[in-house]
Write a protein that binds this ligand. Structure first.
Ligand code: AMP
Length: 281
């Protein structure tokens, strides 16, 4: 595995592969890698000739007062996990944005609700960094996790709208043994908070199971879910249409139950598919 610290160097690496007719895959991350990230690498490893992983804690997607300065880091552990997953290029940029960087990429509509409502500048930062990562790494394929379902759908829309030559592959959400969604931010949780954090996926699973048992009222489903959650502050619990991310009126189309909840200062998100499966094209 080679490590690249500059945008120019990874571009050169990618161009060499492309010139030789090899496909390039990218898994963008913010590091502090866990089995969820590794599952995306494993998924793409099977599909591309040359696999890159980026580790970049992107300041643009953090609002003032969020956890940018304390975001957990583990450069050595991350490199070891990437090497073990068969990654060819680890991109840890020191110069990611040019000094006079002046462009922002934004997707409207899909970013209005859910996480976009409580983090209004977040998705603009995500789409801007991902657009530049696609440019810098010249990737043919990129893999994003369903853990960040809204992000996945926003990036899919950006790629379609801008006709970017990148195929987006979704990766299933990976959970810990107790069902809690793996997240770099789980590191912030105290033992007691971690225990209570299980209620988030339990609420989502309860909604999913009630739909499977025939419940169709979104209001009743959300009430059921809220009854399960034990947190310090619920940001949102919603049932949305998987394609439009607008509140679902019925659950006979692919739908998604999503939640965001604070445990102490830590904000966790989770989601689960409900009803018919979303077909991915
Ligand atoms: P992050 O480092 O949090 O920005 O995440 C980088 C990528 O890993 C994103 O595409 C996430 O959706 C994905 N990811 C994070 N946690 C998980 C998980 N538990 N299961 C699957 N993918 C994940």
């Amino acid at each position: 595995m080679q490590t690249f610290l500059t945008s120019a160097a990874i571009t050169q690496w990618a161009e060499a592969h492309r010139a030789a007719g090899r496909t390039v895959g990218l898994v963008p991350t913010m590091g502090f890698l866990h089995a969820g990230h590794v599952s995306l690498m494993t998924r793409l490893r099977a599909e591309v000739d040359a696999l890159a992983v980026s580790i970049f804690v992107n300041p643009l997607q953090f609002a003032p007062g969020e956890d940018l300065a304390v975001y957990p880091r583990d450069p050595e552990g991350d490199a070891a996990k990437c090497a073990a997953a068969g990654v060819d290029a680890l991109f840890v940029p020191e110069d990611f944005y040019p000094e006079d960087f002046s462009t922002s990429v934004g997707v409207s509509g899909l970013t209005a609700g859910l996480c976009g409502a409580s983090r209004p500048t977040h998705f603009g930062g995500v789409t801007t960094v991902v657009a530049r990562l696609f440019g810098v790494t010249r990737c043919d394929v990129a893999c994003f996790g369903e853990k960040d379902f809204q992000q996945l759908m926003v990036i899919r829309r950006m790629v379609r709208d801008l006709a970017l030559p990148v195929r987006i592959v979704p990766g299933p959400l990976v959970r810990d043994a107790d069902g809690v969604a793996l997240s770099s931010r789980n590191k912030y949780l105290s033992a007691a908070e971690r225990e209570r954090a299980r209620s988030l996926h339990q609420a989502l699973f309860a909604i999913r199971d009630a739909v499977s048992s025939g419940e169709r009222s979104v209001a009743r489903l959300l009430e059921l879910g809220r009854g399960h959650i034990d947190c310090d502050r619920l940001d949102y619990l919603e049932l949305v249409d998987s394609e439009t991310l607008r509140p679902a009126e019925r659950v006979d189309r692919p739908a998604r139950a999503l939640g965001a909840a604070f445990y102490g200062k830590t904000r966790l998100i989770d989601n689960v598919g409900v009803g018919p499966e979303l077909s991915w094209t």
